[in-house]
Design a binder for this molecule. Structure first.
Ligand code: SF4
Ligand code: SF4
Length: 212
């Protein structure tokens, strides 16, 4: 650069420098780098991880998603009210880190899914919760929660004839086929040999197998 050219550049205001003018002209005739959001809805790219949603029909309430969730943002709430025992899973969107582990390890593959929803707007804390409720099966001896009914049905379907090696699964399959009626047990009845063929938690099954 000659001394004359250098002097010329130094005298020009910054916005009129040739380099700046060149960039400005290029920007005028090229496409904008920004999007027109929110006037035009944003299209997330493939693989985008947005809000996590339960699929109540595909979820079996097994809690695998809650166990693998790194920030532990899925709560498992068991209500053992004998009239209406339920298991509720609550996912807290505001604590989610969008890792996708829940979807990856869901045994049904569809019970919980990472969607491409990116808008998180709400006015109450419940607006940032995802819930799914499942009927819970209680141990007929001690009343402790055993597993959701849907999980046992799913196991019966997966195991096929092998399910009939387990009394609890066999009884579940029998009830669905309406060939087995739940036994009526009154308060004060002692646990006996006949109770081996009841829906039981592992602890009670061991007790009735060994001692009854
Ligand atoms: S079925 Fe899937 S979504 Fe439902 S509790 Fe199990 S892991 Fe979670
Ligand atoms: S995406 Fe990750 S952090 Fe969010 S609920 Fe699933 S496992 Fe938990």
């Amino acid at each position: 650069m000659g001394a004359g050219e250098k002097w010329f550049r130094l005298r020009l205001p910054p916005l009129l420098q040739p380099r700046v003018l060149k960039q400005a002209l290029r920007a005028i005739f090229s496409r904008p780098y920004t999007t027109d959001y929110p006037n035009v809805p944003y299209q997330p790219p493939p693989g985008f991880r947005g809000r996590v949603r339960f699929n109540a029909d595909a979820c079996i309430g097994c809690t695998a998603c809650a166990q693998v969730c790194p920030p532990k943002c899925i709560d498992v709430l068991d209500d053992t009210d004998p009239d209406h025992p339920t298991r509720t899973l609550v996912q807290h969107v505001d604590a989610c880190i969008w890792c996708g582990q829940c979807e990856r390890y869901c045994p049904t593959g569809k019970g919980i899914q990472v969607t491409n929803e990116y808008l998180e707007i709400g006015y109450r804390r419940e607006d940032f919760e995802e819930r799914v409720e499942k009927e819970l099966l209680l141990c007929e001896i001690c009343g402790e929660p055993l597993a959701p009914v849907d999980q046992l049905r799913w196991l019966v379907r997966r195991l096929g004839p092998l399910a009939f090696t387990n009394p609890t699964l066999m009884l579940m399959a029998g009830r669905d086929l309406a060939v087995v009626q739940p036994p009526v047990k009154t308060e004060g009845d002692t646990v006996g040999r006949a109770d081996r063929l009841r829906i039981q938690c592992p602890k009670c099954r061991r007790a009735t197998a060994l001692h009854a």
